[in-house]
Design a protein around this ligand. Sequence first.
Ligand SMILES: [Zn+2]
Length: 422
Amino acid sequence: MVFDLSGKKDYEVKQSADKKNITISFGKTTVDKISAVHSQNKDIITIGGTGSFGASVAMTADPQKIVVTIPNCQSNLKDKINTDELQYVLDGKVDTSKGNTVEMVFRVDDLVQYSYREENQNLILEIYPTTLKNMRYDKNANVLYLDKKDKIDTGSVKFEDHYLDGYFDVTLPGDYEKLYGYGTYDVKGTVVENIEVSTKGGSTTFRFKQNCISAYEVTDEGDSYAIRVKNPKEVYDKVLLLDAGHGGKDPGTSGNGMQEKNLTLTIAQKIEQELRGSGIKVYMTRDRDVYPENSTRAKIANDIADLMVSIHINSGPETANGTETLYQVHANDSSSRLTSKQLAEILQASMISSTGNTNRGVKLRTDLLILNRTTVPSAIVEVVFITNTGDALKISNPAYQDQVAQAIAEGIQEAARKFPLR
Ligand SMILES: [Zn+2]
């Protein structure tokens, strides 16, 4: 066994009394100096010692604190850190009660931000104010209130959804830097993590780093403007989660020189394009070669969508060919709204009438995690067999991929038209 260490460390090898276990422990980092000064509008805390820190630094809310955690570390510092010179740090303490981990906790003012770096066996933490002002985030209602000091044209607000990168931009027409400042508003809520406010080219962007996919609305509310963060289902009548099966480390099946994960992504992206302007809001589980866990995909469907359609490519003996659609019965199936079986039947019929593929029918599957975990109507379309020469030749053709995407998109629209989704 070769251990690649993060810095110069001593080590110790011990064998247990029963001779069955060997424990290797690596030399601890020692923290023995700390200084706290205020300079150039920043509070600068320098933590010194031996070894490399490998520290993690995080800000927590209510009350707002910056917590420095140094693993595999010991310290002979006193509990209380002298922060008399500092301007934004209210107090600081060292906690050595957590075994091998040393924790330093600094209570700070609201609307501050921080940065840290390791330099010459020092960990340097800098704390400085944001210039943010005239705003307030309500964590229970998930609303950012902006004091109304100037007219904002709410009809010209731009929305840019980067949900697969975890953020959403709300851009106000106008330079409001003097009014609202700039910097990062740490929210640390369940829905919103933080809000980055910046001004560029005459407009002001509020970038919401979100912990779950959300929709945004800007409203004029008398003495303030409100940017409301909502569940997509509160904003859109029909929400689809479109899943490109597999991805990243999970290639899915393969055959005839193709990999399932690439085909599912291509087809899903084409379906997404087909559904633009259809009145169905579409979110995708991925738009690139990455692997979200199937449990995550199902959770997103349940959290924000009315239905989920997952695209897969089948494999089997060389002679097996054609299309089948998979579903599972859900405990909350009801005659008053679309069921997974109905969704599967409509998608299967649309695929067969459009492509003339061998009709393998819809299949009840009780063994697939993504179908078992969803509580919204869900179906998996197994488009063709990658292992069949004829099917493989067809699916490698972009025109055929378009046809498949169109058939599935039409099926989704038909299901949403014929049956209530909620
Ligand atoms: Zn698959």
